[in-house]
Design a protein around this ligand. Structure first.
Ligand code: AMP
Ligand code: MG
Length: 365
């Protein structure tokens, strides 16, 4: 028996090639979902910890396994709009337009919840978060399970989201029934969450779909509250998940923000002096840097891990969580991470870095 009174589980890993999906293996995973078990599955964003969205006991298992606070609701994963009945009670025209443009894909919509949905999914809110993942394994699993699957990210609460099965194994071994391993996820950051019950729609979490893409699709602006940027200023948590410590490595992380990251701004020089002053007490420092600054840091004698080029934020976003996990394995005392301009995926990256650093931010001019 574990401390919370639950029995340890014998976790089974199923390897499924996303380019050649083995339906028999997925049928075994689906039968676990149907019988109320916990199945970790890949999506195009991060790995999800799934259970039958209609089974309150199974849903409680998600919260138990993750150590997730009960007032933080789950995202319901569907194979498409036809699964929305019984989940959402109303689909406004804005949602229809976005679904047509972005599903399947990494956009989660907050809609009015169907009254039949268990309160474990919504945490008692009148709304529900839904998405249709663009991953052949996720879609087949939901289809074979014959039920919408509720799933948050498959990490222990507060830890960086898992972008490969090894991350899940290190967090949830013995706590879940099945882990489906389909290799690295594509985006490496979670879905964008947009509340379309409000006008204009409100961004609750920046993610793999950018604000610019949403506004282009709608031909209108959406509301981007400060909390969605990962800033502390907002004291009202718009999305229940916003108020919790998130994505944090075990090692201290210092984020260096600037109004100007362009070449000629002298930004890397400022990062170097911060990193060197942190190193002065004999502490081992590593800089998590864009490829652009990495050579300069190395030539200054600083240990450096590359996140990707500033010209390709897709790559940076993709490596953020795995780098934060790697940091905990490294022989260093503290990490300094570069900031990124808050445009496109830069907004998503900065949201994650501000939270991962526990808002330990140094602003340079
Ligand atoms: P995760 O996928 O682990 O990031 O967890 C799901 C995220 O969706 C959390 O940040 C939740 O707060 C958010 N979420 C789920 N349902 C709702 C809802 N009805 N309204 C606002 N946010 C939601
Ligand atoms: Mg999460």
């Amino acid at each position: 028996m574990r401390a919370d009174g639950s029995r340890p589980v014998r976790t089974k890993v199923l390897r499924v090639d996303p380019r050649d999906v083995d339906e028999q293996k997925l049928a075994r995973a689906a039968s676990v979902v149907k019988s109320g078990g916990l199945v970790v599955f890949p999506t195009e964003t991060v790995y999800g910890l799934g259970a039958d969205s209609r089974n309150p006991e199974a849903l409680l298992g998600i919260f138990r396994a993750k150590g997730r606070p009960h007032d933080n609701p789950l995202i319901v994963h569907l194979t498409g709009v036809d699964m929305l009945s019984g989940v959402a009670s109303e689909i406004p025209p804005v949602a229809e337009a976005l679904i047509g443009r972005f599903w399947p894909g990494p956009l989660t919509l907050v809609l009015r919840a169907s009254p039949s949905l268990p309160r474990e999914v919504t945490a008692g809110l009148p709304t529900v978060a839904v998405r249709c993942p663009a991953h052949p394994v996720a879609l087949k699993l939901i289809e074979l399970s014959g039920t919408p699957i509720a799933a948050p990210s498959a990490n222990l609460s507060g830890r960086p989201s898992p972008t490969r099965a090894e991350h899940v194994i290190s967090d949830l071994w013995g706590l879940v029934d099945v882990i489906i391993d389909s290799g690295d996820t594509l985006y490496g950051v979670e879905s964008t969450i947009l509340d379309v019950t409000r006008d204009p729609p409100v961004l609750l979490r920046p993610g793999a779909v950018t604000v610019e893409d949403l506004e282009n699709a709608l031909g209108a602006e959406i509301s981007v509250p400060e909390a969605a940027r990962g800033l502390l200023k907002s004291d009202v948590a718009l999305s229940p998940g916003m108020k919790y410590r998130h994505y944090a490595p075990q090692k201290p992380l210092v984020l260096v923000e600037s109004d100007d990251y362009t070449e000629g701004s002298g930004y890397p020089g400022k990062v170097i002096s911060i990193a060197k002053s942190l190193a002065s007490g004999g502490r081992k420092v590593v800089v998590l840097a864009s490829d652009d600054g990495a050579d300069l840091y190395r030539s200054s004698g600083l240990e450096t891990v590359k996140l990707g080029p500033r010209s390709n934020l897709f790559e940076v976003a993709r490596s953020v969580f795995s780098t934060l996990r790697m940091l905990d394995e490294m022989d260093v005392d503290v990490a300094v991470v570069e900031g990124f301009e808050e445009r496109g995926l830069g907004l998503t990256i900065m949201n994650r870095l501000r939270k991962a650093s526990g808002h330990t931010v140094i602003h340079v001019r």
